[in-house]
Design a protein around this ligand. Sequence first.
Ligand SMILES: [Zn+2]
Length: 406
Amino acid sequence: MTKIRKAYKFRLKTNIDIEQKLNHYCGAARFLWNKSLAMNMDRLEKGYSLLWYDELAYWTTVWKRSEEYGFLSECPSQILQQKLRDLDRAFRDGFDRRQPLKRIPVFKKKGRGDSIRFPQGFRIENKRLFLPKIGWVGFYKSCAIVGKVKNITLSRRGVKWFASVQVEQSVEIGRHPSSTEIGVDAGVKCFAAFSDGTLVEGIHSFRKHEEKLAGEQRKLARKKKGSQNWKKQKLKISKLHQTIANVRSDFLHKLSTEISKNHAKVYVEDLRIRNMSASAKGTLEAPGRSVRAKSGLNKSILDQGWYELRRQLDYKLQWQGGMLAEVDSRYTSQRCSCCGYTAKGNRPSQAVFKCQECGHEEHADVNAAKNVLTVGQTGMVCGSNRSSGRKQELAGTRKEVLPVAS
Ligand SMILES: [Zn+2]
């Protein structure tokens, strides 16, 4: 039996009273995050070591007793402790070489991704849950909760509040029902390409919404800040943000479920090789210079959707008894999946692959996905690399993705 963690998300039935408390606690938690983060960023710049949970928890008790920050003591302690743990984790992830896409934590803005977590003291009864210092709150129970409840996270999206109930389940992970293996590559011309020739478009549905969002934001800019119309427009935008997030989440979950059901082993490119800017952060022991300036860099480079897809594939494949494996993807876009000839000239355009050696012609992203599969299965490149006149040996580093703890 293997223990896995899952989360159920439900919309809460809040009233003004509950919302006020939730906003208040979120505010305190956000304040603590930002204050602790500011201290650590300052230390990083000066070359000092970071403050971790224990030190920050000590400072929190000092602040609680002070006049200036005394408002922190109105917030349940466990919420503040959980925020500090999150910050701890965020710093560790940010400096973790195995997670090149994770960034150094950033400051939280009011109303953006507000959330608080209760690790204990809660109760769930039928269609309502009890939260310390808040009381009973009803929720729209869209499905049954299976497993042992470990914690509850409350978050706000727009004007709605949600409870994410994390549970631990014991499951029997058997053999994957399928025995096929597939290579998946982040497409240039589409969201993803599979080695079997499947192309996943998908991205257009967000484009449409994003264009609309840009339009609404221009409208907001023309309105007087703080006016009634400005507030209305602001609400409209926040709802649109929510719609986009829902569409994206739906799309990614459907895609990752389908892939993980149909294939036992999925190969993707190793992002550590692709992501060059990760080195700017340095390591935990030796943080890079001017971390603050460079911490925002990754965002523009990485495609968050693609990263989320990999994360989902990783755990969904594990549940099914399958596996996600990362492969060295250097030159996969320039290499012919038929004969192995590798050259820049094989790529006459972004969308087309045409081998100069054997004439093989294919959708460029599918060709790359086939190479990802080949590298994953054989640990090496097929064919000989005549372009450089020597045997290519670079592709052998196959790394199995380890199960994520907790
Ligand atoms: Zn060829």
